[in-house]
Ligand binder design. Structure first.
Ligand code: URA
Ligand code: SF4
Length: 215
């Protein structure tokens, strides 16, 4: 904790992940190094780092927000309810799982405890920035054709804080090395009052991405 002139305490800026990223390493080495990341405080209460998963030569990288309760326990991204919905939609949209690498903007689970349950808490911009070196390294090493941001936290992590899902939906922004597009987060489909319609729209987005952005 730092102390300001007036004596109030402010959280210190996290050191960030960059210093934990090994130089000139392959994806497995980077994944192993991420297990020891102390770049922000989120590692303290979470079980483990949840790094991205999928082929190192994937054509598509999907970026979520952060691991959830089940991902934290399993050590793998998108294995809980949102992950099952995502898997189903990807399959129905014509994606080959072998062309997809799945990761998150933030690699540790952030939560609040309610009795025995751990309730997801959205990561702050500071935490997203602190963790960004892992995502940047994954994108550099996998070198996909397309990055699909799932929800606002991912879109802001990839393209900056002014980005919204609304403006990216149905569009591909050319970032030189790869294109970037976005759709909603699968958790928002699970929470939607009209889940059937929300799922149909999510599926439409993924099918459109599959047809137009990949040859
Ligand atoms: N939600 C995410 O954003 N990522 C996961 O890995 C699981 C749920
Ligand atoms: Fe490191 Fe990211 Fe975990 Fe923070 S959330 S400790 S930066 S891996």
């Amino acid at each position: 904790m730092s102390t300001t002139a007036r004596g109030s305490r402010r959280a210190e800026k996290p050191v960030g992940a960059a210093q934990f990223v090994p130089a000139e390493a392959d994806l497995d080495t980077v994944r192993a190094a991420a297990a020891g990341c102390r770049g922000c405080d989120l590692y303290r209460d979470a079980t483990q780092t949840v790094f991205g998963e999928g082929p190192a030569d994937a054509r598509v990288v999907l970026v979520g927000e952060q691991p959830g309760d089940q991902e934290d326990t399993a050590g793998l991204p998108f294995v809980g309810p949102a992950g099952r919905l995502l898997d189903r939609a990807l399959g129905e949209a014509g994606f080959d799982r072998g062309e997809v690498y799945v990761t998150n903007a933030v690699k540790h689970f952030k939560f609040v405890e309610r009795g025995k349950r751990r309730i997801h808490k959205q990561p702050s911009r500071t935490e997203v920035v602190a963790c960004s070196a892992w995502l940047a390294t994954e994108l550099e090493l996998v070198a996909p054709e397309l990055v699909v941001c799932l929800g606002a936290v991912a879109a802001k992590a990839v393209l900056g804080p002014a980005t919204t899902v609304g403006e990216l939906r149905g569009q591909v922004v050319d970032r030189g090395d790869y294109g970037v597009t976005a759709t909603v987060h699968p958790s928002s489909v699970l929470r939607a009052p009209d889940r059937k319609t929300a799922y149909a729209e999510f599926l439409d987005d993924l099918a459109h991405i599959r047809e137009t952005a990949l040859r």
